[in-house]
Design a protein around this ligand. Structure first.
Ligand code: 2P0
Length: 331
């Protein structure tokens, strides 16, 4: 126990990731085990900074998100696993700042739980290796397991009942194939149906769910091969297919799950036209209405200019690929 110990704190920064082969569905909800493996790129331009301070004077965890008190339930549940490992039940103050819109399909939970686990690990002095950090981040949010790592990242669904093989690993460094990402923000509202609830509804009612799970392994293999061969056209084809297949599941659910708005569709068509004209770019869309256009670095200005010019696009954010979650100096 930590009785008599001084407060311990640490700060970590993590960046959101964007899945090119999507995670959608769980094989075990309690342990948060994904039904399918996934593959993502970690961004460099968007940041989540989280400070975790443990103090025996606290009676409960407190969570401040972008300056406002927020529900700490999921944060507490995630920290409980690390506290158990450290043999303590000391409570924490968690302060998180995102420099991008929260809960609007920009993967704030991915960066959030990755930063939380890395900061808590440091504050508790656990010294976990990246693989273990990824396992604990997954308990908080499936996509968070991927933001522990930078560049191109693969997340295994795993086969074990205890989930100890449901973990991410780095596939290729960010500098090894420097892609650009242009995010077209089409709404800043929180999404109507959260990912966890959306996945549950899709698995329960979409007639395509079994086919989705069955075909995921082949999608992952194809995407991994395209990345290793730096085959942009191959990566574009499999990424757009995985995206549309995931959203197709939702369209066919009862009630339907539709994350897109009309501007989402306009951006999708604009990216298709750009590519038809020879620009190396493809789209992907997560559980929200934003469109992420992935391109070769030389195309990033053209892609940003095209998406900025679409009626209904509120903001365009450009990014390269970035690093995994890490401890930083307290400000
Ligand atoms: C992904 N998404 O692979 C997919 C594509 C959104 C669409 O991972 O329930 O917030 O916390 O494990 O990680 C969003 O789901 O879900 C997500 P939980 P999470 O990026």
């Amino acid at each position: 126990m930590m009785t008599g110990n001084p407060p311990r704190q640490a700060t970590a920064v993590a960046q959101p990731n964007i899945a090119l082969v999507k995670y959608w569905g769980k094989r075990n909800e309690k342990l948060n085990l994904p039904a399918v493996s996934s593959l993502s790129i970690t961004l460099d331009a968007l940041h989540t900074r989280t400070r975790v301070g443990f103090d025996e004077a606290f009676e409960t965890d407190s969570f401040l998100l972008n300056g406002s008190p927020a529900d700490a339930t999921r944060v507490t549940a995630c920290l409980d696993h690390l506290r158990a490992l450290a043999g303590t039940d000391v409570r924490a103050a968690i302060v998180t700042e995102n420099d991008y819109p929260t809960a609007a399909g920009l993967a704030s939970s991915a960066a959030g739980f990755a930063a939380l686990v890395v900061a808590a690990d440091a504050a508790l002095g656990l010294g976990l290796l990246p693989r273990a950090l990824s396992l604990y981040a997954r308990r908080g949010s499936g996509s968070a397991a991927r933001s522990i790592f930078g560049g191109f990242v693969e997340m295994a669904r795993g086969e074990r009942e205890d989930g100890n093989d449901a973990v991410a690993r780095a596939l290729l460094d960010a500098h090894a194939w420097p892609l650009g990402v242009v995010i077209a923000v089409t709404s800043t509202s929180a999404k109507p149906v959260g990912s966890t609830e959306g996945m549950r509804a899709t698995a329960a009612s979409s007639p395509f769910y079994a086919a989705w799970v069955d075909s995921a392994r082949a999608d992952l293999t194809q995407a991994r091969r395209a990345i290793m061969a730096r085959d942009f056209g191959g990566l574009a084809a499999i990424s757009e297919h995985s995206c549309l297949k995931m959203h197709g599941l939702g369209f066919a659910a009862r009630p339907p799950l539709i994350y897109w708005n009309e501007t989402t569709m306009a951006c999708l068509h604009a990216v298709r036209e750009l590519r038809a004209g020879g620009t190396p770019v493809f789209y992907t869309i997560d559980a929200g209405p934003q469109v992420k256009a992935v391109c070769l670095p030389e195309a990033i200005e053209d892609v940003a200019a095209t998406l900025s010019g679409i009626s209904g696009v509120l903001q365009v954010i450009t990014s390269g690929l970035g690093a995994g979650a890490r401890v930083v100096e307290d400000l």
